[in-house]
Design a protein around this ligand. Structure first.
Ligand code: GDP
Ligand code: IMO
Ligand code: MG
Length: 433
């Protein structure tokens, strides 16, 4: 058996949660491999909406399916507890279907404070993080001073926690933001330590052994990405990125799967682009069209409620993402949002400052937090379909102009579109291959 991966090809929020929930019945295991509560994955079915942050989107698929939080994830016990308790209130028996890697790193209360202090210090050039402590936690991981889930059951855990916390407080003091001795911090710390106790009640495992043995035994795995390729720490628009490898290779390191164990790579993208936070975004629309896409697509962050920046589909960035991930199948989301447009623009190349034209994603497409242009998008304009897509349940019901649009994208990217999503609900999905 091979493990399949589903990951974002753009700047996150492509609809990963929805499609993992749709595909989960085909898999025995769903596993998260990176990121943390910066993710907000929305699932809709039976008239209800659920937003998952750290817990895999396979938890509603029922059966004996196991969900795994892999070693590449960073977990905030307080947010995990709130999310888990909500799921249990919704009738999900999480304790019996969730396993957590002992090697996943812990987000501490001081990591969140460091995230906020770092952003404040950057001023206008801030990254616009989700404020969940993601950067500082991965920094500690790479600096070899992080705390892991497996440490919570060791006798010296309290001492190790205190020593890590004290080091963070020293750094916060340098930022002029020391929380030491305040009642607010004491309350945060107590809530965190209580949540650690709650976390100990879960099945904490050596997940690299688990996933490999399950594959050996013929069980199937779907690896669920968070964020998107253009937020990858190596290949995204650095430094306006997240702090993990969001690309397919991240599933290998974030779960302990050798490259040869990977099967399909599902790359998911919206029929347009969005971005939350700062950083370059060549096809961003500042006009009425951008506002229309935002309103029709409800483009507001699932975690922070922030307005998402909106723009036309960027095939230069998408082709790059397909290459980096080795996407074998594409999944196209939110096409229904473009139903009302007479024509639809697609960026096929960038004009660079020296006048040259490139279709290969360059080293830099913008040089500041607003992403002020280095790369100027060159567009092709395609006919719109001006038909309501959301009622379609089979390919035959899709209008010809839309099918031509899909064929155009497939031809430009050289990869087939296997799934088309025409609405937020589980049912509003067309599986082609
Ligand atoms: P994720 O982070 O990749 O899981 O994506 P988010 O959940 O943050 O954002 C996707 C948003 O689009 C959610 O509000 C979904 O309910 C919604 N959505 C997903 N697919 C579709 C679709 O095909 N059409 C429309 N209109 N909305 C969709
Ligand atoms: P999902 O999984 C969209 C963005 C933040 C910020 C940058 C760094 O729902 O697609 P961080 O808190 O990770 O240090 O922030 O990354 N970001 C996301 N944008 N969707 C996400 O997750 C994101 N997770 C982080 O807005 O620009
Ligand atoms: Mg999201």
């Amino acid at each position: 058996m091979k493990a399949d991966i589903l990951l974002g090809l753009q700047w996150g929020d492509e609809g990963k949660g929805k499609i993992v929930d749709v595909l989960a019945p085909k898999y025995d295991i769903v596993a998260r491999f990176q990121g943390g509560p910066n993710a907000g994955h929305t699932l809709e079915f039976d008239g209800h909406k659920h937003v998952l942050r750290s817990i895999p989107s396979g938890v509603f698929a029922g059966g004996s399916r196991v969900n795994v939080i892999g070693n590449g994830v960073v977990l905030d016990p307080v947010l995990f507890r709130a999310e888990a308790e909500q799921l249990e209130a919704d009738g999900v028996d999480l304790h019996s279907i969730l396993k957590i890697s002992k090697k996943a790193h812990l987000i501490m209360p001081t990591h969140r404070l460091l995230d906020a202090a770092g952003e404040r210090a950057k001023g206008a050039s801030k990254i616009g993080t989700t404020g969940k402590g993601i950067g500082p936690t991965y920094t500690d991981k790479v600096s070899r001073r992080g705390l892991r889930i497996g440490d919570t059951v060791q006798p010296d855990f309290d001492a190790r926690y205190q020593s890590a916390r004290d080091a963070h407080i020293e750094t916060l003091e340098a930022f002029g933001a020391s929380p030491a001795g305040t009642p607010e911090f004491a309350a945060m710390e107590k809530e965190w330590l209580d949540a650690i106790e709650y976390l100990r009640g879960y099945d904490l495992i050596d997940s690299e052994h688990f996933v490999n043995k399950e594959l050996d035994g013929g069980r199937s795995i779907l690896c669920e990405g968070a964020q998107g390729t253009m937020l990858d720490v190596d290949f995204g628009s650095y430094p306006f990125v997240t702090s993990s490898n969001t690309v397919a290779a991240g599933a290998c390191t974030g779960l302990g799967l050798a490259p040869g164990r990977i099967g399909r790579v599902y790359g998911i993208f919206k029929a347009y682009c969005t971005r939350v936070g700062s950083g370059p975004f060549p096809t961003e629309l500042f006009d009425e069209t951008g506002a229309t896409i935002r309103n029709i697509g409800h483009e507001y962050g699932a975690v922070t409620g922030r307005e998402r920046r909106c723009g036309w589909l960027d095939l230069v960035a998408l082709r790059y993402a397909v290459m980096i991930n080795g996407a074998t199948h594409l999944i196209m989301m939110k096409s229904d949002v473009l139903d009302g447009f007479d024509t639809i623009k697609v960026c096929t190349a960038y004009r660079m400052p020296d006048g040259s034209i490139t279709t290969d994603f360059p080293f830099s497409v913008g040089n500041n937090a607003e992403g002020a242009g280095i790369a100027e998008p060159i567009y092709e304009e395609l006919p719109g379909w001006r038909t309501v897509l959301s009622s379609a349940r089979s390919e035959e019901e899709l209008p010809e102009a839309f099918r031509n649009y899909v064929a155009y994208i497939e031809q430009k990217l050289g990869v087939p579109v296997a799934v088309i999503s025409v609405g937020p609900d589980r049912e509003e999905t067309i599986i082609r291959h």
